[in-house]
Ligand binder design. Structure first.
Ligand code: ATP
Ligand code: MG
Length: 599
């Protein structure tokens, strides 16, 4: 390719729309253009990167025996109604774009393909002899993300590889899951990324496991905790740890105390001169179930701890049948405005006690009349604790479960693991944190979809059994941008050889110099013939502009047909290190071929 013919427009300034470096660089270097919110055009250079990533993904998937296919993006609502996800995906969470066709049929644009693939398996896989099997595709996905941002990192249209495997039993699923774990590691290594595989939340689906692949970068949206011994790494949504030890309570008798202006933990510990570990904090949540029921939840947790809302949500989904529901549509801390909808009187916010009376709730068809009370494990053993009194400006001290307060029956682990906590597998290991960009997620689904959609096969013993399923996703476009987030300098992008749009850029500093042009043209041809992907900068531009663009675009090597031509040499510059050397013209092809092979 000749740059003189390529649609390439580079920008000197960082575009205002871009907050993180990789987004700025991809825009500036002419890889992508924003068309609408979360919607981007992949320009010629970007498309080559995406195809390279896709090809690596494809090779690693094929090596495991998975088969590539392509599933429809337009998906009938009926399939999603069968799985029970239509309402949640189009209304509650609203992540799925949906439409109505001329025949008044409802359709969704595929955000993911469990329903479609399960329908295919139900139709085509009749016998255990056809199992296990694993299909994957590389395709554009649509998700109406509430906050599209950071360019390709969180788009509303993006490229994903998604794969789905079908099995007769859990052991077989686990084998494929292990293969996928390895395949994903291979993909990320080949792309030259530094990453961490972490335990992930499997949500309400349960299942025996799920793992995310995180590209380590400060701009990542995910918090990871890990230990230095390498034995534990988890998404903070899922992470567990040992909480700090309790400092023994300075109070030994029960008393109600005036504690004006102490509605936060920091203020009350200062006022009472006690430790946050002496406090039972009572946090109010409001959940709306898909049956329409609003449930108010009162969580008791130790003062120095925070609620992990993902864990809380999982607990609440488990209780859904209790409210004639399947799942919850929303989970929030109700603000005073929302409280007005059900509260009979103003709540003693900041001073709530575990015994907060159900009289605060105006019971109705829509609203459950009693608080759902649950205690995090951290409060169970507390003695002589401090907590609210249900009266603004007053706390109680020296309280005990079974005396002044009733410990709820529901005792759960819903605390957030914190940096500095001791690890469960080895208390000498302390949790560290890092930020990550989730690029892949592998998941043991089990029978959630096959049961819901009645997708069964005939087992060896003649009985009908639901498929045991796994699913595995890797974000191709997100991965490509994450690679930039992990590798750039002040002048621009630094691609790894494996996913760079081209291997080498041949630059003619002065296109009016015939020798420069002749040598460059020849090298350009020879390099491409030898399989070294070369792009030729034959634009009518100043040399300085060309060098700046070359740094910005970030192709691994560059050949400059400049001053050293007199000695029969050209300049070879390595983008990552900016190292420059003069090499004989005849050696260029061999030299670069060797460099690429070694990588
Ligand atoms: P996130 O928590 O970041 O929204 P997710 O859990 O919804 O991700 P999955 O449904 O597991 O993601 O999708 C598999 C992969 O697809 C992700 O690991 C990620 O690489 C990619 N992906 C998901 N959503 C987007 C998006 N909006 N834009 C770009 N890539 C995405
Ligand atoms: Mg998402």
């Amino acid at each position: 390719m000749r740059l003189s013919q390529m649609l390439l427009v580079t920008l000197r300034e960082d575009p205002a729309e871009a907050e993180i470096k990789s987004h700025q660089l991809l825009l500036r270097a002419g890889y992508i253009r924003r068309i609408g919110s979360g919607v981007y055009a992949y320009l010629p250079l970007m498309w080559r990167v995406l195809q390279k990533v896709s090809q690596i993904v494809r090779e690693e998937m094929n090596a495991t025996g998975a088969q590539e296919c392509l599933l429809p993006q337009i998906q009938p609502a009926e399939l999603w109604q069968e799985s029970g996800r239509w309402e949640t995906y189009t209304k509650a969470e609203g992540i799925m774009f949906s439409l109505v066709d001329r025949q008044e049929r409802e359709l969704g644009l595929g955000p993911t393909h469990e329903e479609v693939i399960t329908a295919i398996a139900k139709d085509m896989i009749k016998s255990y002899r056809q199992l296990p099997t694993h299909l994957y595709q590389i395709q554009t996905k649509f998700r109406d993300e509430i906050r599209p941002r950071f360019g390709l990192m969180r788009g509303r249209e993006f490229i994903m590889k998604d794969g789905y495997s079908f099995h007769t039993n859990l052991e077989s699923l686990k084998e494929t899951y292990q293969d996928m774990d390895q395949a994903y590691r291979n993909i990320l290594n080949r792309c030259g990324l530094s990453f961490r595989a972490v335990e992930a939340d499997s949500g309400a689906i349960g299942g025996s496991g799920s793992q995310e692949f995180m590209i380590l970068a400060d701009a990542g949206e995910d918090d990871i905790v890990y230990t230095d011994d390498g034995k534990y790494a988890a998404n903070v949504e899922k992470a567990v740890s040992l909480p700090a030890d309790v400092v023994s309570s300075p109070f030994n008798s029960y008393e109600k105390k005036a504690t004006p202006n102490t509605e936060t933990i920091a203020k009350i510990t200062k006022f009472l001169e006690c430790s946050a570990t002496n406090i039972v904090k009572n946090v109010l949540y409001q959940a709306i179930y898909d049956s329409g029921k609003t449930v108010l939840i009162l969580v008791h947790i130790r003062g120095d701890q925070d609620v992990n809302e993902v864990k809380l949500q999982n607990e609440l989904v488990k209780l859904a049948p209790h409210y004639q529901a399947k799942t919850i549509l929303s989970l929030t801390i109700p603000d005073p405005h929302v409280q007005q909808k059900w509260a009979t009187k103003p709540l003693p916010l900041g001073y709530i006690s575990p015994n907060l009376s159900d009289d605060y709730i105006a019971k109705s068809e829509q609203v459950e009349g009693t608080f759902l009370r649950m205690a995090d494990k951290t409060v169970v053993e507390l003695e002589n604790f401090v907590t609210g009194s249900d009266e603004s400006g007053y706390h109680v001290i020296g309280a005990n479960w079974g005396n002044e307060f009733t410990l709820p029956e529901l005792i759960v682990d819903i605390r957030k693991a914190q940096v500095g906590d001791r690890a469960i597998h080895d208390p000498h290991q302390i949790l560290q944190t890092a930020r990550g960009i989730e690029v892949g997620h592998i998941f043991q689904l089990g029978t959630k979809y096959s049961e819901a959609m009645r997708a069964t096969y005939t087992a060896e013993d003649g009985t009908e059994k639901p498929f045991v399923m796994g699913c595995y996703g890797i974000g191709v476009s997100r991965l490509a941008q994450a690679a930039v987030e992990q590798s750039y300098d002040k002048d621009g992008i630094i691609w790894s050889n494996a996913i760079a749009p081209y291997h080498v850029m041949v630059i003619i500093p002065n296109i009016t110099d015939e020798t420069q042009v002749k040598v460059a043209e020849k090298l350009y041809q020879e390099l491409n013939q030898a399989g070294v992907e070369a792009v030729l900068d034959d634009r009518d531009e100043r040399a300085g502009v060309k060098f700046k663009d070359a740094d910005l675009i970030g192709i691994p090597y560059r050949i400059v047909t400049g001053r050293s031509l007199k000695e029969g040499k050209v300049e070879l510059v390595t983008r990552a290190t900016k190292e420059s050397q003069d090499i004989a013209i005849e050696e260029v092809v061999q030299n670069l071929s060797k460099k690429l092979k070694n990588n």
